[in-house]
Design a protein around this ligand. Sequence first.
Ligand code: SAM
Length: 278
Amino acid sequence: MALWFRESASPAHRLEWKIRQELYSGQSPFQSIQVLDTEQFGPSLVLDGIMQTTTGDEFIYHEMLAYVPLLAHPHPRRVLIIGGGDGGLAREVLKVPGVEEVVLVEIDPVVVEVARRFLPQHTVALDDPRLTLIHADGAAYLTDQKTEPFDVILVDSTDPEGDGPGTVLYTPAFHQALYEGLADDGLYVQQTGAAFYNPEVVEQVSHSVVTRFPLCRVYWCTVPTYPGALFTFTSGSKRYDIQKPSTPLTWPTRWYTPQIHQLAFALPPYLSQRLPET
Ligand code: SAM
């Protein structure tokens, strides 16, 4: 009999993936971790029962989280990634010309170990000499480590679910720490989930960001794996308009184009009416 992995998008809407086999299942101090070999998307990472990233469609999310901010910032030399232990985002960030240093702060070492074993397409850049991997809570790292400011900070975290490790990354205190951790012309982006089902996440984050950053913008992409059609990202910028690419794209991509970059900021009223005036 076929095996299916099920995820609830809402109490009344489910998504299902047909799976060939479970490649890994375990419990870390932070979350339950599974790697499922799905028939449609190949090896896929599931944390606390939520599909996080699949080999088949990860390029969409990772290109949009990396390239929109990094090509809007004219010289993104020093980049901080919070979360992102699967390595897919770091792989894209390290393709951008001028990026000299990437600090990746992932709370859960088991995610990195499991990704290295089962998601090699994601982890190809984790041993790049420009990358420093730190296992810590991203919020504590920003508050406690008074390091050189970052040009760009990218938050590739799990959703704010109960007492899960990602919840702290959606609080006003974290947005203040982000602001203080950025250079005077720095900018940041974080994933804010599926607006159709959880509009309160993008709403609360953007209201928190707009009180701290001169520029706050929301953009989106569509990822087959994520429910609700529009998957959102929220950004705060101290100087540069993240809607405008300023660096030319000189390498092949599968989703991102400069035109998609700009179109991604067009928001439907069901979403824009919940957001602050900017
Ligand atoms: N792309 C996925 C999505 O949006 O569904 C998320 C990728 S998943 C690799 C997110 C990672 O964030 C997980 O590995 C998790 O351990 C990490 N994470 C969650 N909370 C964190 C925190 N407070 N500090 C650092 N990493 C955190």
